[in-house]
Write a protein that binds this ligand. Sequence first.
Ligand SMILES: *[C@@H]1O[C@H](CO)[C@@H](O)[C@H](O)[C@H]1NC(C)=O
Ligand SMILES: *[C@@H]1O[C@H](CO)[C@@H](O)[C@H](O)[C@H]1NC(C)=O
Ligand SMILES: *[C@@H]1O[C@H](CO)[C@@H](O)[C@H](O)[C@H]1NC(C)=O
Ligand SMILES: *[C@@H]1O[C@H](CO)[C@@H](O)[C@H](O)[C@H]1NC(C)=O
Ligand SMILES: *[C@@H]1O[C@H](CO)[C@@H](O)[C@H](O)[C@H]1NC(C)=O
Length: 496
Amino acid sequence: MQLSRKPLLALLLVLAALPSRAMAGHDGRGGVARGDDCCGAWEGVSCDAATGRVVALQLEAPPPLLPPRRHYMEGGTLSGSLGGLEFLETLVIRDMARIGGAIPASLSRLSRLKQLYLEGNLLAGGIPSSLSKITSLQYLSLAGNRLEGKLPPELGSLSSLVQINLAGNRLSGEVPPSYKNLSRLEYLDLSNNLLSGAIPAFFGLQLRSLALLDLSNNSFSGEIPASLCCLRNLTDFSVSHNKLTGVIPSQIGSIASLNSLSIDSNLLVGSIPESLFGLRKLWNLNLSRNGLSGSLPPGIRHGLPAIVSMDLSHNHLVGGIDQFFRSISTPGRPTKLISSKNASSDMSVIFLPRELQHLDLSKNRITGALPEFGAGASLIWLDVSGNAIGGQIPGSVSKLSGLQRLDISRNKIRGTIPASMAGMASLRWLDMSGNAIVGRIPDSFAGMARLRHASFRGNKLCGKIPQARPFNLLPAAAYAGNLCLCGKPLPPCRQI
Ligand SMILES: *[C@@H]1O[C@H](CO)[C@@H](O)[C@H](O)[C@H]1NC(C)=O
Ligand SMILES: *[C@@H]1O[C@H](CO)[C@@H](O)[C@H](O)[C@H]1NC(C)=O
Ligand SMILES: *[C@@H]1O[C@H](CO)[C@@H](O)[C@H](O)[C@H]1NC(C)=O
Ligand SMILES: *[C@@H]1O[C@H](CO)[C@@H](O)[C@H](O)[C@H]1NC(C)=O
Ligand SMILES: *[C@@H]1O[C@H](CO)[C@@H](O)[C@H](O)[C@H]1NC(C)=O
């Protein structure tokens, strides 16, 4: 178990740049090497049992609650001597929020390195192109630093790479064409940088093993390449917060493996391809904040059986909300009660996909009326605000028993507030402002224990506000612009 002197010296040089308590650890162990057995004494150092060589070095911040957090790391840089740990297979320096400076080019000498994680530090400067000499490298993460400059084209020769995570830096420029050689890549996260240029078509053509592709929050422009259709293992695809133009290629709907598709906050136009509504594994769909037009997807037979979260907000979509709900309504559940005398109304009852929790259709041009809902949904968040929805609030909205947030504001909803809504025991946030709702706020609302926020502003309501919290404690603005509401927080009702 002898450790050869050179690597130990190198290790000490690395650590010499840091105050001794940096390696002391939160429990005080590890600051002093016990004899020659560096591997046992140093926390985070692992050695090969046979050779005694350091094969893994892992420096991570202590759990956040353990003192002394503040003085854990006073500063320091990565020593070039790290490159001397030539038997290293794993190097992890993670969440050491005070380690700054450049990534030493000498790391290129770590010819056995498979995993390099230098995440959540303050590393600055460029990504050394010499990293391309570590041909054994499979996992590379430099995420969450202050790295800048371009993506080194040389990294394209690292054909063993399985994961690249460079998220959360200040990297700029385009994705180099040489990256088409990274044919084993399964995970590519370039999010939260300043990258630009087009999304390369070769992602779809050559990086066939990609399971995760996250390009969100950059300045990518041009169109979404239709070639992405061919990524048969892609589960997570995000290009949110870029400057992408053109239409959503219908070929995206043929990536049957997709779990999550986020294309929000771009400049996309055209209609939503119906093919997206055939994605049977999709649980997250975010198309919000684009210029999408055309109709809400009509009459989809199979719906999206796995959908958990769907955000189509802030677009220019038209179409009837009732048809839309019907289109995502799950088949195979009772949409018709045979013994009922009222077959036609039962036919219109909507059974939402069982997993659906979050639905946002706000700020579009949607018309129609809210349908009657059947029980058994898990919807938590329903926002249809800022559309042109008419009709009445269906009494059966109370069957959405898990609903925590309901926003139907700024529509053209008429009729009265169904008393049944008082039974929505999970509701925390209710906004029905800016409609044409008449009648009273039902007295039974006084029992809505979970409610924290409500707005009835800008309707045609009248009568006494329920004198219970939160209703009597809300700002008066929550009731402004109605016909004749009274009672706290508004002036008292006149005795008749
Ligand atoms: C990519 O691979 C091709 C052929 O496999 C090779 O000719 C080319 O040099 C490689 N490019 C890089 C940057 O490694
Ligand atoms: C975009 O990335 C920058 C830089 O990492 C970050 O500060 C910002 O919060 C990100 N914005 C969003 C919307 O994620
Ligand atoms: C896709 O994933 C499967 C199962 O993990 C794997 O066997 C297959 O090789 C992958 N395909 C590609 C192109 O990587
Ligand atoms: C969808 O994207 C928008 C804009 O980027 C974001 O604000 C919203 O929270 C996302 N929706 C969901 C359900 O995550
Ligand atoms: C028939 O439908 C109307 C309107 O939705 C409803 O008011 C009535 O209670 C229903 N009758 C039966 C028997 O379900």
